[in-house]
Structure formats: structure tokens, C-alpha cells
Design a protein around this ligand. Structure first.
Ligand code: A2H
Length: 253
């Protein structure tokens, strides 16, 4: 962990009822996969959500109505940030693994897709954020490559029980223009650097470095309420909107 705390927002991705068998005990509650992001302005481009198949997650009571599916570690942090029904004490209703979450349909704030699905990503770190990541393949090289892997490898889909309809209809959505990289910066940079898969760590680090900085300084929003504004102007406005509407909560670690 760095010296400076990271100021994330947790995007509340609602699990669309009826719940599958493994979530039945949560019926009647509002259940969310809560994804940590540093790029709230990119939420228009969500195509899916990522979970670590072998990861351990829990369903934690945040208040009287809301339940967040996140790692135990994130639940403890949240409890100390006043987000737990019992102050400073995470209350776990149900233990889950990433496998249990694959294929859940989700309704996510600002997403153009009405429902998006929870899918496996093998490079998720369990000691960062919530262990849940929202996927924006237009602007995140990690997300772009992980989605490409699933689209192009039927064996990978079948290994994790991923249905074609959770993956194949979801195309990259242009949401930000970066003069140097166009409207799908992650795709462009991954292609230019000849990145082969989500496991191509060094090249992905370079792709992230290239797109992250340029996106913030030179990017322009192509969609949404702040279309036409620079990313660095739109970002705090979109963050504030998501927090005020209750569709996201602040989280630092
Ligand atoms: B970002 P930092 Cl469009 N494991 O959100 C792996 N990656 C994780 C994670 C975990 N446990 N928790 C969060 N993340 C991702 C959007 C996005 C992100 C875009 C572009 C770049 C980008 C959509 N995915 O991150 O190490 C989340 O993905 C570039 C690094 O704390 C989160 O923001 O800086 C970012 O990594 C936080 O990583």
C-alpha cells in the first residue's frame, strides 16, 4: 500500500432478483456487488463486472436494507468508515466464493446496458479495493484484455461456466476521446503493444500508464450529462452525483 490513501468510490451494482439458489437467504434485501473504482466518470462504458473465481467474498449488512458483497478485508475497512449495520463490526450474512457470483445479472449506475453480468478475471488482487471490479473495456486495458480473453476463448468460458449470452453481446462502448488514442483508447493501446492476454503483466502496466495519464489530462467526455467536458472537469462532478444519489459510497484505504 502507498503512503497516500486512495480515494475510491464503491459503485453499487444491484443484483437483479430473483436470486439464484446460492443467494436465496438474502431474498427481500437490496444486494449489491460493490466495485471499487478511481474512474467514476467511465461508468457509462460498463459492459460487465469482474470477480476472482477462487476469491473469498461475503455478503455484509451495511444498514437495515443494503447488503454488499465484498471481501472480508473491505467489509472491515467499511465498518470503520461507518458503513456497517453494527458499528466497527462487519456482519457477514453469507460466505461466498467468486464461483458463486459468476453469471449474476446486475443493474449498475450510469451503465447504458440495462443488465450486465458478473464474469471471471484472474488477475484481481484480494488485498486491494473490494475484490469486485467493474469493467470498462473502452478505457481500461485490464478490462479490455480480460473481456477479449473470454470472447476469443470458448475453453475459458466453459472452464468457468460462462454462458455466451453473458459475454458475446457486449461490445466496447466509446465514452471518452483521447486525441492520441481515439474513442476506444484501451483497445488501441492493447493492439499497438500487441498484448496477448490479461496475464501479459508488463505490457499491461505500460498500456495503463499510457492511457491513464492522457485520459485525465487530454480526454473529453463523449456521452452523458457532461458530454463535451474535459475528463478532469467531469470526474469530480460525476463522483459527486453518484454519491449524492446514493448509487455509490466513498471508500478509502
Ligand atoms: B479502475 P489502483 Cl476505466 N484488483 O476502474 C485489480 N484491479 C482492481 C482491484 C483489485 N482488487 N480493485 C480495483 N481495481 C481496478 C475503472 C478503470 C480503472 C478504468 C481505467 C483504469 C482503471 C474500470 N475498471 O484503473 O492500483 C479498478 O479499475 C487503472 C489502474 O488502486 C480501479 O479503477 O490505482 C483501479 O484498478 C484501482 O487501482
Amino acid at each position: 500500500e502507498g503512503v497516500q490513501p486512495q480515494e475510491y468510490v464503491l459503485i453499487k451494482m444491484e443484483v437483479v432478483p430473483p436470486f439464484p439458489l446460492q443467494l436465496k437467504v438474502l431474498e427481500g434485501r437490496k444486494v449489491y456487488l460493490a466495485a471499487a473504482t478511481l474512474r467514476p466518470e467511465t461508468m457509462y462504458g460498463q459492459t460487465n463486472c469482474w470477480v476472482l473465481p477462487e476469491g473469498k467474498y461475503g455478503a455484509f449488512e451495511i444498514n437495515e436494507t443494503d447488503v454488499f458483497i465484498i471481501t472480508q478485508r473491505a467489509a472491515l475497512n467499511l465498518a470503520y468508515q461507518k458503513l456497517s449495520r453494527v458499528p466497527e463490526k462487519p456482519a457477514c450474512l453469507l460466505e461466498l466464493t467468486g464461483h458463486d457470483l459468476i453469471g449474476l445479472p446486475l443493474k449498475s449506475p450510469l451503465a447504458f446496458n440495462e443488465a450486465i453480468y458478473s464474469l471471471p478475471m484472474l488477475t484481481i488482487l484480494t488485498d486491494k479495493g473490494t475484490g469486485i471490479v467493474t469493467s470498462v473495456p473502452s478505457d481500461s486495458p485490464d478490462d479490455y484484455m480480460a473481456l477479449q480473453d473470454l470472447k476469443s476463448k470458448p475453453a475459458l468460458r466453459s472452464k468457468f461456466g460462462v454462458k455466451d449470452k453473458w459475454v458475446m453481446p457486449f461490445e466496447v462502448i466509446p465514452i471518452i476521446n483521447i486525441p492520441e488514442f481515439g474513442d476506444k483508447s484501451a483497445e488501441k493501446v492493447c493492439t499497438d503493444l500487441k498484448i496477448k492476454s490479461q496475464n501479459d503483466k508488463d505490457k499491461l502496466a505500460e498500456a495503463k500508464r499510457l492511457t491513464y495519464l492522457k485520459g485525465f489530462t487530454d480526454g473529453t467526455m463523449l456521452v452523458g450529462e457532461f458530454s463535451g467536458k474535459k475528463v478532469h472537469e467531469a470526474k469530480p462532478l460525476i463522483r459527486k452525483k453518484l454519491l449524492e444519489s446514493g448509487e455509490a459510497v466513498p471508500y478509502s484505504e
